[in-house]
Design a protein around this ligand. Structure first.
Ligand code: T4K
Length: 368
């Protein structure tokens, strides 16, 4: 048996619940291309998430790449170095130059007050990320985008089910993308989605993920195959039923960590943001080694020696990887906060089936 504790684990429904869906797929012989479960999942997610137009995808990376294609974004795009590489790769694949801008130490999201300084005549858009599901400063980003005439596309890969003052944050910007990867709080094994704000945009996204076909004989853009298939969609439909119960289970662990870690000098945590209904997807801690007495990497390795596999999301910064480190905006002097946070962070295990005694064991390892 695998007794390691990982940073996250999918919350899978009992296999029995999946079998009837598989039987229906086999009977119908419709395996993909906008078939029954695909349509049902789009409807169910629109209602559950509080969004008008969702398009399902094979994964979140393709969703990001095609959202940028759909809006014909070119030139330079301002983005954060503190994210998963896919955020910036999606720009690179579109021939767009990423321009890194520093983050806010409170939220780990793009600092809106630094964005204006990064705008040049070539800038066409902003690609912010709701890191750990914490909403970006949506209003301020909109204000800047409106003044400069920029597109805004949110990488909301971590933000499934997050609300701000009762409203879905997925309606911010022109488009938002989600990831339904196995490591996410809502999963279809691999999967993702684009949220569009109007029907015409959704239609265009749907063409693009199906090779650019707009009807049987008409191709409007060099699209790609980015479709979600029926087994993924079926898993999504079953998963959705348990989302709220699983959110509560994660919240219990989140609250326990927050309470107990507040007592440990040198371990800083992120306070819950006011007005936010969180999804409790991640629990980052920030190790201040001068106070804590051990470095972040010592703690990370000590946890691993004891079978606890946290992750340093997001270290190293995207801006330090070979495809990007030569960019002027990747210079560490431009990104001091992001560099500091990346050197301090560890995400602790957090998932619905994590047991309270396992969480206590993790806390004990940090204390000692
Ligand atoms: N934008 C952002 C901000 C993102 O975070 C991501 C993905 C994307 C875009 C792109 O979306 P996708 O194209 O992936 O849909 C993972 C995921 O692969 C990635 O989806 C995710 N972000 C990123 C934050 O984490 P790794 O390399 O850290 O995953 P891995 O395989 O080491 O898994 C982490 C832990 O999860 C394992 O130690 C155990 C557990 N696990 C993992 C898998 C795959 C399971 O229990 N079962 C599993 O099947 O990247």
């Amino acid at each position: 048996m695998d007794d390691k504790i990982y940073v996250n684990r999918p919350s899978l429904p009992p296999l029995d619940e999946f079998i009837p869906y598989l039987e229906k797929i086999w009977e119908s012989k419709w395996l993909t291309n906008n078939a029954r479960y695909h349509q049902e999942l789009e409807d169910a997610l629109e209602e559950f998430l509080g969004v008008k137009h969702i398009s399902l995808f094979a994964n979140g990376t393709l969703a990001l790449m095609l959202a940028l294609q759909c809006q014909r974004i070119t030139g330079e795009v301002i983005t954060t170095p503190f994210s998963f590489v896919a955020s910036t790769h999606s720009l690179h694949w579109n021939g767009i130059t990423p321009v890194f801008s520093d983050i806010d130490p409170q939220t780990c999201n793009l600092d809106p007050e630094k964005i204006e300084a990064a705008i040049t005549p070539k800038t066409t858009a902003i690609l912010p990320v709701h890191v750990y599901g914490n909403p970006c400063n949506i209003d301020r980003i909109k204000e800047i985008a409106d003044v400069y005439g920029l597109h805004v596309i949110y990488d909301a890969a971590h933000a499934f089910g997050v609300r701000l003052n009762g409203q879905s944050i997925l309606n911010a910007g022109e488009m938002s993308i989600l990831s339904f990867h196995a490591t996410k709080v809502f999963t279809t094994m691999e999967g993702g989605a684009v949220i569009s704000q109007d029907e015409a945009t959704k239609r265009r996204i749907d063409y693009l993920k199906n090779f650019g076909f707009a009807g049987e004989t008409r191709v409007i853009q060099p699209g790609i195959n980015a479709k979600m298939h029926e087994m993924q969609a079926a898993l999504g439909l079953i998963q959705l039923k348990d989302f709220e119960a699983n959110r509560q289970k994660r919240k219990m662990i989140f609250d326990l960590y927050s309470r107990e870690l507040a007592e440990i000098p040198g371990i800083n945590t992120m306070p819950e943001m006011p007005g936010v209904t969180h999804n409790y997807a991640y629990f980052p801690i920030f190790v201040d080694n001068k106070i804590f007495g051990r470095t972040r990497d010592q703690l990370y390795e000590d946890l691993q020696k004891n079978g606890v596999f946290g992750r340093r999301y997001f270290y190293p910064l995207i801006s330090t990887f070979p495809p990007y480190k030569g960019l002027k905006s990747a210079d560490p002097t431009n990104l001091p906060i992001a560099h500091k946070i990346a050197e301090q962070v560890i995400c602790l295990p957090l998932y619905a089936s994590l047991q309270i005694d396992e969480a206590h064991r993790i806390l004990e390892l940090i204390r000692n």
